[in-house]
Design a binder for this molecule. Structure first.
Ligand code: GLC
Ligand code: CA
Length: 545
C-alpha cells in the first residue's frame, strides 16, 4: 500500500470525478447531426448544477475538437490551435470554458503529441523533399534491402512504416498510416508542440489528456523489436521494447510538467497503452515530476465479471504506485466496448437481466476506490454497444485493420437524452445511429426512476463528494468470504468506510466483524441494521464503521 495520505487540501484532480465527453456524440446544437461545443454548454447543468439532482462531476475531458481531416475523428490533428468548424468556433470554446468554470466544472483538453495528421502543414512540408527544413520533424528512414527500415508494427496492427514514393523514404507511424509520428528528438518539434500546449493553458484550460503518451519516442538506433512468441498466429506479435515506454519519454514528460506547473491547479493524465500481461506500467508515469495521473487501463481488459479480477488490478497498482503518484481508473472509453455490455454479459439486443445490477456494482467500485474515477459519457445510463452491417462502419479501425471487427463505433453512439427521435442528441440526422433503446435508457426516463443506474450514480457521486475518506482516504483490501465478493476499507483520520460488492447473483455473507451504519446500498430492501450482514445478489453496500 502506498503511504500517500493527502488531506482534504489534496488537489482537485485527486478528489474529483472526471467525465469523458466524446464530443462528436454528446449533443448537437446546430442540427447537423454532429456533436458540438455549444451542445455541451447546454448540458452543463446535467453534469453539475451544484445539487444532487445532477451528476456531480468535477471536470470534463473533451476528445479532440481541433482542425482535422477526421480520418480518426480528431485524433489526426492538422492544426492544434483551431476548433474544427464541425464542432463550433473558438468563441464557442471560450464560452463553454467560462460557463463550465462558473459551475466549478474544469475542462481537460485531449492533446495528441505523438503524431499529427498527414495533412498538418508540418508534415506537408516535411514530405516535400529530403532537404526541407522540416524533414527531420518526422521520422524518415531509408528502407533496408528493399524492405521497411525495421520490423516495427503499428498499434492497431500492420506495419508501422509507410513508403513515400516522392522522396523514396519511409516514415514511421505508431498508429494509422495517415498519422505520422513527430520526431521528439528534434528540439524544434518540442518547442513547437509545447507552444501549442501553452496556447491552451493561456486560454485557461485545466489540463490535458495526453494521447498515446508512452509511444512518444522510439529507439534511436532503430533496432528490431523482439518477437513475442513463435507460433502460427502469434508469430507476428512483437514486444514493444524499442517503440514504447522508452526512458527518453520520461525526460520529455518532465518538460511537459515544468510547463503546466507554471500555471495553477492544472492536471495532465496520460494514456498508457500496455499488454495485458504487463503489470501496472502506468505507475511509472504518475509522480511529482511527470504526469499527475496515468490511466490504469487494466479494467478495460477485464472480460469476466469477477471480483478477484478487479481486485488484482487494484492491489497491484496500490503496491506499485509511488508515494507522489495517484491512481486513475476507467471502465469504459471511446476505444473499447462499453462495460455495460462487456461485463454485463453481451446481449445481441438490449441488456441481459442482470446487466443493470452489474453496472451498479461497477459504478460503486469506480467511485469508491482510492484514485480518480474517469467516467465515459452514457455509462451512467448503462448505455451498451451497438453493432451494424460492416458497410455502415465509420471508424477506420473496423474497416482497414480487422475486416471482421466492427471497430469502435459500437461505443460511440449518441448520448441518450430524451425519448424523442434523435434521442434529444440532434434535431437532424445523427452521424451515427441512435441506440434503439433510447426510450428505456435515456436521461429523461432514468431520472424518473429512483432505482435506475443514473439515480444510483448520482447518489454515489454526491456521497463521494461529501465524504473525504472516499476521496483521499487509504485503501485496504479486506479478506473476502468468497472470490466473488470484493471487500475493502477506505479510511482517513476521522472516517472509516467498508465497501462490500457482491459480484454474483447469489446472496453472500460478510465476515462477522464487518458492520456499521448503512451509508448507501444498491438494494432497495437494505434496512438500517448492519451486523452479520448478508449481501443481496449483486448488492453494493457502503458501511460507516
Ligand atoms: C488513442 C486514442 C484513439 C486514437 C489513437 C490514435 O489510442 O484513444 O482513439 O485512435 O490514440 O491517436
Ligand atoms: Ca512516437
Amino acid at each position: 500500500m502506498s503511504d500517500n495520505k493527502p488531506t482534504s487540501s489534496a488537489p482537485w484532480w485527486q478528489r474529483g470525478i472526471v467525465y469523458q465527453i466524446y464530443v462528436r456524440s454528446f449533443a448537437d446544437a446546430n442540427g447537423d447531426g454532429i456533436g458540438d461545443l455549444p451542445g455541451i454548454a447546454e448540458h452543463l447543468d446535467y453534469l453539475n448544477d451544484g445539487t444532487p439532482d445532477s451528476l456531480g462531476v468535477d471536470a470534463i475531458w473533451l476528445t479532440p475538437f481541433y482542425q482535422s481531416p477526421n480520418r480518426d475523428f480528431g485524433y489526426d490533428v492538422s492544426d492544434y490551435r483551431q476548433v474544427h468548424p464541425e464542432h463550433g468556433t473558438m468563441a464557442d470554446f471560450e464560452r463553454l470554458l467560462a460557463e463550465a468554470h462558473r459551475r466549478g466544472i474544469r475542462i481537460i483538453n485531449d492533446f495528441v503529441p505523438n503524431h499529427t495528421s498527414d495533412e498538418h502543414p508540418w508534415f506537408v512540408e516535411s514530405r516535400a523533399s529530403r532537404d526541407n527544413p522540416k524533414r527531420d520533424w518526422y521520422i524518415w528512414r531509408d528502407g533496408k534491402g528493399g524492405k521497411e527500415p525495421t520490423n516495427w508494427q503499428a498499434a492497431p496492427g500492420g506495419k508501422a512504416w509507410e513508403f513515400d514514393k516522392q522522396t523514396g523514404q519511409y516514415f514511421y507511424h505508431a498508429f494509422f498510416d495517415f498519422q505520422p509520428d513527430l520526431n521528439w528528438r528534434n528540439p524544434e518539434v518540442k518547442r513547437a508542440v509545447l507552444d501549442d500546449i501553452r496556447f491552451w493553458l493561456d486560454k485557461g484550460v485545466d489540463g490535458f489528456r495526453l494521447d498515446l503518451i508512452n509511444y512518444l519516442l522510439e529507439d534511436e538506433n532503430f533496432r528490431d523489436n523482439p518477437r513475442l512468441l513463435a507460433g502460427w498466429y502469434m508469430g507476428k506479435l512483437q514486444d514493444t521494447t524499442y517503440t514504447r515506454d522508452l526512458p527518453e519519454t520520461h525526460a520529455v514528460l518532465k518538460e511537459f510538467r515544468r510547463l503546466t506547473d507554471e500555471f495553477r491547479d492544472r492536471m495532465m493524465v496520460g494514456e498508457i497503452v500496455s499488454f495485458p500481461w504487463q503489470q501496472s506500467p502506468a505507475a511509472a508515469y504518475t509522480n511529482r515530476e511527470e504526469l499527475h495521473l496515468a490511466f490504469n487501463m487494466e479494467f478495460l481488459a477485464v472480460a469476466r465479471f469477477r471480483a478477484d479480477a478487479f481486485r488484482r488490478v487494484v492491489d497491484r497498482f496500490e503496491e506499485r504506485c509511488p508515494a507522489d503518484g495517484w491512481p486513475a481508473y476507467v471502465l469504459s472509453n471511446h476505444d473499447v466496448p462499453r462495460h455495460a455490455g462487456r461485463l454485463g454479459g453481451y446481449a445481441i439486443y438490449g441488456h441481459r437481466p442482470y446487466a443493470m445490477d452489474r453496472a451498479k456494482i461497477c459504478a460503486a467500485m469506480l467511485l469508491t476506490l482510492r484514485g480518480t474515477p474517469f467516467m465515459y459519457y452514457g455509462e451512467e445510463l448503462a448505455m451498451t454497444n451497438r453493432w451494424w452491417p460492416l458497410k455502415d462502419v465509420k471508424d477506420p479501425l473496423g474497416r482497414k485493420v480487422w475486416p471482421l471487427y466492427q471497430g469502435r463505433d459500437a461505443c460511440r453512439t449518441p448520448m441518450l437524452w430524451t425519448a424523442e427521435p434523435g434521442a434529444g442528441f440532434s434535431g437532424g440526422k445523427p452521424w451515427l445511429a441512435v441506440d434503439p433503446q433510447a426510450e428505456r435508457l435515456c436521461v429523461a426516463t432514468a431520472s424518473r426512476d429512483p432505482e435506475s443506474v443514473l439515480s444510483f450514480y448520482r447518489r454515489l457521486t454526491w456521497l463521494r463528494r461529501n465524504t473525504p475518506a472516499l476521496q483521499t482516504g487509504d485503501y485496504e483490501a479486506l479478506g473476502a468470504p468468497r472470490p466473488d465478493v470484493y471487500l475493502y476499507r477506505r479510511r482517513n483520520e476521522t472516517q472509516s468506510i467498508v465497501v462490500a460488492l457482491n459480484f454474483t447473483g447469489r446472496p453472500a455473507q460478510l465476515p462477522a466483524d464487518v458492520g456499521g451504519a448503512v451509508l448507501l446500498s444498491s438494494s432497495p430492501a437494505r434496512n438500517e441494521a448492519a451486523k452479520n450482514v448478508t449481501l443481496a445478489p449483486y448488492e453494493a453496500l457502503l458501511l460507516a464503521e
